[in-house]
Design a protein around this ligand. Structure first.
Ligand SMILES: Cc1ncc(COP(=O)(O)O)c(C=O)c1O
Length: 379
């Protein structure tokens, strides 16, 4: 079976160094606030070109703490894209705010051209999601945020090292939120996350919120919670960060081979990235005709694939308020066409050619099926 992700390969690459660090943590009993935590926070901040990085328990906590640090009025509206992992919506709701859903463009990130009509006097923040590692259109999002005085929280959970016009994802908005879930391009050996910012006042609040609002052992300045990046996860991340650029390069090389071998396969739309940006291909999500049948064919042929994600956020029953608007969203069609193909450093050219030949074979064999056209759009 050709695996969907390279998680086993990359973990094997770093395991020697990580085991050494873990052994030291166990020996010295430094599970919490060990030296690797600060080392990782400083190293990741330098990598992204931001002033502050705070390790937290996971990516969902990162979003919730970032939103809490904005101190927005209860029920304020926060615009999120319709195609994202459910955590983006849950984080907004969990901190007492209301998600308003924006449609997406053909690369599945927020369609900035249609954002303005969603802004009301209650709108206080936007969460662009750099889905699959493709940067969201930050120029327009930042312009609108400036014009309407909105905070921007970049959900960079899938976009470690992605760049938008030369700037790292997570360094452009007011706050950046990262997940280091094991399958991420920069993945821990368990749950982990981080929040980044250049804003000192927000940094001061995040420092408090992630640690029960305390300034010393039993002295508190505000309400908070417990959300820690633990030392063992930090040791994994500080080790892996040295490899991240080479892994991103390898992923881009795989994407280039996919583009070549799929050049003549018509019923699929490949991920596209503008030349000034860097996609990090956390997922290689194509849009295709007869998705479910193709997926079954690939699985039978020994090619693991996935769907990220099978439903749009606006289709979830707990999201209410703008059903008429959402019903016309492109995202509702795209979710039926998405298919994530294997992506990562584990793939050889021969693997990729094999995957392409399976896809080609599927469409050749199925020419007698009723016609169906992948939805296209200009954006
Ligand atoms: C876009 C997005 N946002 C948020 C999260 C939440 O991160 P975590 O699973 O670490 O809580 C994820 C994780 O998969 C994600 O993909």
């Amino acid at each position: 079976m050709i695996k969907l992700t390279d998680i086993a390969t990359v973990n094997q690459q770093v395991s020697g160094d990580v085991i050494e660090k873990m052994t030291a943590i166990i020996r010295d009993n430094t599970f919490v606030n060990g030296s690797d935590v600060l080392a990782f926070e400083e190293k990741f901040a330098r990598y992204l070109g931001v002033k502050y990085c705070f390790g937290v328990g996971n990516g969902t906590d990162a979003l919730e703490i970032a939103l809490a640090a904005l101190d927005l009025p209860k029920d304020a509206e926060v615009i999120i894209p319709d195609c994202t992992f459910i955590a983006t919506a849950n984080a907004v709701i969990n901190v007492g705010l209301r998600p308003v859903i924006a449609d997406v463009g053909s690369n599945l990130t927020m369609n900035a051209d249609e954002l303005e009509r969603l802004i009301t006097p209650d709108t206080k923040a936007i969460i662009p999601v750099h889905l699959y590692g493709h940067p969201a259109p930050m120029t327009k999002i930042m312009e609108l945020a400036d014009a309407y005085n909105l905070a921007v929280v970049e959900d960079s959970a899938q976009a470690h090292g992605a760049t938008y016009k030369g700037r790292m994802a997570g360094s452009i908005g007011d706050l950046g939120c990262f997940s280091f879930y094991p399958s991420k391009n920069l993945g821990a050996f368990g749950d982990a996350g981080a929040i980044t910012t250049n804003d000192e006042a927000l940094a001061d609040k995040i420092r408090l919120i992630r640690d029960h609002g305390r300034i010393s052992k039993y002295e508190y300045r505000r309400t908070g919670r417990n959300s820690k990046l633990d030392s063992i996860q930090a040791a994994v991340l500080v080790t892996k960060l040295d490899y991240l650029e080479s892994w991103i390069k390898a992923r881009n090389e795989v994407a280039a081979v996919y583009a070549r071998v799929f050049a003549d396969v018509k019923p699929i739309v490949l991920p596209m990235v503008e030349p000034e940006n860097r996609h990090v291909y956390h997922q290689y999500a194509i849009r295709c005709e007869r998705r479910d049948e193709l997926m079954e064919h690939l699985l039978k042929s020994g090619v693991e694939c996935g769907i990220h994600y099978p439903t749009a956020i606006s289709q979830e029953p707990f999201i209410a308020g703008h059903e008429m608007l959402y019903a016309n969203y492109r995202s509702r069609r795209y979710v039926n066409e998405l298919l994530s193909l294997p992506m990562g450093t584990h793939l050889s050219e021969a693997d990729i050619s094999y995957i392409a030949s399976c896809v080609e074979h599927f469409y050749q064999e199925n020419t007698n099926l009723p016609p169906y056209t992948v939805s296209t759009s200009a954006v």
